[in-house]
Write a protein that binds this ligand. Structure first.
Ligand code: ADP
Ligand code: MG
Length: 231
């Protein structure tokens, strides 16, 4: 067990075929239970960095350690499983399965993460419990994910990320489509969930007003160097 959930060391990455964008991150860490807001302009490489942390792309140089494991040392299949076990992801557009029910969507990560599955016990009961903890109406679990409001879809995305208590939650601009009041409600729910399980949270935004809620605020320009080749 390590107290550092995420440690990035001397990372360098360039998009293949994309001579224009190269990202360097010398040192970034997130401690167990810590909440970190990462701010940066559009196009500054925030989503690229999150993809590197999730291991959906691999660095050209340097290391991304999650809970002490360098994810580049895992085979592609082992990395997919490791990601499913260790990281709950909340995307900007929530990425819910449109043809699935709310329960199908919440339970989805458990199919790829046996340790999370085991922690949960009765999966259907846990999906209902999370829904109620997140203020979703009773009985919502059987409803199609497309049939609920955007605010409710966002809560479902939180439940899907949190189920089975992965040690790290990654959220990519999850509040950008919301008004100020819905943003505050969303952050309340997210922080209540992460505090309960001492979960680390790395959230990306371009809105500095969100910063006061987090343990630490970092800026892309302070943690990363970006090079863009002339066209
Ligand atoms: P942000 O999330 O901060 O808006 P991104 O990481 O999405 O920034 O994008 C940074 C740069 O990375 C973009 O300008 C683009 O050149 C490049 N990029 C992002 N995604 C891809 C991709 N899938 N393929 C090739 N280049 C990409
Ligand atoms: Mg982005």
């Amino acid at each position: 067990m390590t107290d550092t959930t995420l440690q990035i060391t001397e990372l360098r990455y360039r998009w293949p075929g994309q001579a224009g964008f190269r990202l360097t991150v010398p040192d970034l860490s997130v401690a167990r239970g810590e909440s970190v807001l990462l701010l940066g302009e559009s196009g500054s490489g925030k989503s690229t960095l999150l993809s590197l942390i999730c291991g959906t792309i691999l660095p050209d140089q340097g290391r991304v350690n999650i809970a002490g494991t360098n994810i580049a040392t895992l085979s592609s299949g082992a990395r997919d499983k490791f990601r499913a076990e260790q990281i709950g992801v909340i995307f900007q557009q929530f990425n819910l399965l449109p043809f699935g029910t709310v329960a199908d969507n919440i339970l989805l990560p458990l199919h790829f993460a046996p340790m999370r599955r085991k922690r949960v016990g009765d999966a259907t009961a846990e999906a209902s419990r999370l829904c109620s903890a997140l203020g979703l109406p009773a009985g919502v679990t059987g409803v199609k994910a497309t049939a609920i409001s955007v605010g409710q879809q966002q809560r479902v995305a939180v439940a899907r990320a949190m189920i089975g208590q992965p040690p790290l939650i990654i959220a990519d601009e999850p509040t950008s489509a919301l008004d100020a009041n819905s943003q505050a409600v969303f952050l309340d729910l997210l922080f209540t969930q992460t505090a309960t399980h001492n979960t680390s949270l790395l959230m990306v935004s371009h809105d500095p007003r969100l910063g006061e809620r987090f343990d630490r605020v970092i800026r892309m320009e302070d943690i990363a160097q970006i090079e863009r080749a002339a066209a």
